[in-house]
Design a binder for this molecule. Structure first.
Ligand SMILES: [Mg+2]
Length: 321
């Protein structure tokens, strides 16, 4: 693939996370009917806790994850865990399990032990899937490594097999989107079949989700069915497939995919972030609406910083290959 297109896609995937996160945050927890009734379609960033265009835990953790990958030229568990803890800003809306994990990390517990202690047997929330775009980008042409690093990065806070495989599926979806040419049609069934093949036996629960996804590919406007069948809560099995579906039913346009994802209600910032990561990886930054890019927060670790991290990851792939 053309190297500058690849660079554009890396940036698109990470800024796509920020955009979906920021667009979804103001309506987090609301149902799709309530959103429709009170807001109609959400196409512009509404005012939010920290202002319009600000990000939540999803993007904050993605930044820490990317910083660690760049600094160590790959995965380093202790460093990544430490960066999650160092970047932690309680105003960004973290889940209770992740907060628990971050405090254990801060207290000096080795990273391998933390995840198992969050809930019984580890969390299968979507908190490790939402931050995984940089792994999908960095390992876009090494699927085995991608799976390994996605699972390890998840284990720090979400050690349940369904949490880890959710992160792996999301990372794989991002990498597949990066590998596709943005001006060609996406074969949604092929995309789904490839993902199904990557699911290990222990995470079998994801398979029927993808089968259902295939069956309802033509009817995304029936939100009731989509939400009932795929889910929109904060568990990985009930949100990662939903984000992949939001992309696959709106491959022609970044904006349509993210607006659709947020419109499904529920865990809107995370489903928006994950859809934005996949769709941004497909289209690249150049096909993301500029009115959205312009409104993103741009302080010390804001939009430009995220773009710089994406460029560093891109440079790592051209040196290593
Ligand atoms: Mg969030």
């Amino acid at each position: 693939m053309d190297s500058f297109l690849l660079k554009d896609k890396f940036i698109g995937s990470m800024l796509g996370t920020h955009i979906g996160d920021a667009l979804g945050m103001p309506v987090e927890g609301k149902g799709y009917e309530a959103i429709e009734k009170n807001f109609g379609e959400i196409r512009d960033m509404l005012d939010a806790r920290l202002g319009a265009g600000t990000y939540t835990d999803d993007t904050e953790m993605m930044i820490a994850l990317a910083e660690s990958l760049v600094e160590h030229r790959g995965f380093n568990g202790q460093d990544m865990a430490q960066r999650f803890a160092d970047n932690f800003n309680p105003d960004r809306g973290y889940g209770s399990g992740t907060i628990q994990a971050l405090f254990m990390i801060k207290s000096g517990m080795p990273w391998e032990e933390v995840g198992e202690r969050v809930f019984y047997g580890g969390s299968f929330g979507n908190g490790s899937s939402m931050r995984v775009a940089p792994i999908g980008a960095l390992y876009y042409n090494s699927p085995v490594k991608l799976h390994e690093v996605a699972c390890l990065s998840s284990r720090i806070t979400h050690a349940h097999i369904l949490g880890m495989e959710g992160a792996a599926l999301q990372a794989m979806a991002v990498s597949k989107a990066i590998n596709l040419h943005p001006h060609k049609n996406v074969d949604a069934r092929q995309f789904i079949d490839d993902l199904i093949r990557s699911i290990p036996l222990e995470a079998d629960i994801y398979k029927p989700k993808f089968k259902v996804m295939e069956a309802i590919l033509e009817t995304p406007d029936d939100k009731k069915v989509v939400v009932e069948m795929l889910g929109h809560d904060s568990s990985a099995p009930n949100s990662v497939p939903t984000a992949i579906y939001s992309f696959l039913t709106h491959t022609h346009d970044f904006e349509e995919a993210v607006v659709y994802a947020v419109g499904l209600g529920g865990d809107t910032d995370t489903i928006g972030a994950m859809t934005g990561a996949i769709s941004g990886g497909f289209h690249g930054k150049s096909r993301i609406p500029s009115r959205w890019l312009e409104i993103l927060e741009n302080g010390r670790k804001g939009r430009d910083y995220i773009e710089m991290l994406a460029v560093k990851l891109w440079k790592m792939t051209s040196v290593d290959s």
